[in-house]
Design a protein around this ligand. Structure first.
Ligand code: HEM
Ligand code: HEM
Length: 197
C-alpha cells in the first residue's frame, strides 16, 4: 500500500490518522465520563485525568499533523456513484468533525489551565497556560467541553452509520476504502453504468 493518497484510494498515512484519531476520541470520551465520577480515594482519581489530558494534547498535535498531511496529500475523490446530496453531507460532516474536535480539545485544555497551571503530557513535556488564572473560565470551558464532546460522538456515530449504509445498501467501496481494502469486483457493484444488451 502506498503512503500517499491517490485519486482513487486512501494511502497508509491517512488511514493510520483516521483510525488512530477515532480510537483516541472514543477512548477519551469513555475515560472522561468514567473519571469524573471517581471518588477521592480511588487510585484512578488522579491517574484518569492525567491520562485524559495527556492523550488529549497528543491528539491535538496529531490533528494538526493530520490536517497538514491532508494539505500535502488530498483525500481521494468521492466515488462516482455517490449522489450530490451524499457528497455535500459527507463534506459538511467531515469539516464539522474537524471543527468540533478542535473545540473539544481547546476547551479541555482551557478547563485544565484556567487556574494558571500548565498541562503535563505524561512526564515528557508540559504546555503552559495561555489564560493565566481566570475566574469562571473553568466552568464555561467545562460546559462547552461537555456539550461539544457529545456533539463529536453523535456526529461520528451518524458518520459511521452512513459508511455502513454505503457498504450494506449501496454496496459501494466507501467503507472498504477507509479500511484500506481493495475495491469489490466490478460485477458486484450495483451501479447502472453498465448496460449489457
Ligand atoms: C470518533 C470517530 C471518528 C471520527 C472523528 C472520524 C472522522 C473522519 C473524518 C474527519 C473523515 C474525513 C477525512 C478527510 O477527508 O480528511 C473521515 C472519513 C471517513 N470515515 Fe471516519 N471518523 C470516525 C469513525 C469512523 C468509523 C467508526 C467509520 C466506519 C464505520 C468511519 C468511516 C469513514 C469513511 C468511510 C470515511 C471516508 C469517507 C469518504 O470516502 O468520503 N469513520 N472520518
Ligand atoms: C476529542 C477529545 C476529547 C474528548 C472526546 C473528551 C471527552 C471528555 C468527557 C466526555 C468528559 C466528561 C465530561 C463531564 O462529565 O464533565 C471530559 C472531561 C474532562 N476533559 Fe476531556 N475530552 C477531550 C479532550 C480533552 C483535552 C485535550 C483536555 C485537556 C488538555 C481535556 C480535559 C478534560 C478535563 C479536565 C475534564 C474534567 C472536567 C470536569 O471535571 O468536569 N479533555 N472530557
Amino acid at each position: 500500500m502506498k503512503l500517499r493518497n491517490d485519486p482513487q484510494r486512501f494511502g497508509a498515512i491517512a488511514l493510520l490518522f483516521h483510525w488512530l484519531v477515532a480510537l483516541a476520541v472514543i477512548g477519551l470520551f469513555a475515560l472522561g465520563f468514567y473519571m469524573v465520577d471517581l471518588g477521592y480515594y480511588d487510585p484512578w482519581y488522579r491517574k484518569g485525568p492525567d491520562l485524559h489530558r495527556s492523550i488529549g494534547i497528543l491528539l491535538f498535535i496529531t490533528m494538526v499533523l493530520r490536517l497538514g498531511w491532508r494539505f500535502i496529500s488530498p483525500p481521494p475523490a468521492p466515488l462516482p456513484t455517490h449522489k450530490p446530496w451524499e457528497k455535500i453531507s459527507a463534506h459538511l460532516t467531515h469539516w464539522a468533525l474537524y471543527l468540533l474536535l478542535f473545540v473539544a480539545m481547546v476547551s479541555g485544555y482551557l478547563i485544565s489551565s484556567a487556574d494558571g497551571s500548565s498541562v503535563a503530557v505524561f512526564n515528557w513535556f508540559s504546555v503552559p497556560s495561555v489564560s493565566g488564572h481566570q475566574t469562571g473560565l473553568e466552568d464555561t470551558a467545562g460546559m462547552i467541553h461537555y456539550w461539544v464532546t457529545w456533539a463529536v460522538i453523535g456526529l461520528a456515530g451518524v458518520h459511521a452509520l452512513a459508511a455502513v449504509k454505503h457498504h450494506l445498501f449501496d454496496r459501494d467501496d466507501t467503507l472498504r476504502r477507509i479500511l484500506g481494502l481493495s475495491p469489490r469486483e466490478p460485477s458486484r457493484i450495483s451501479t447502472n453504468t453498465h448496460h449489457p444488451s
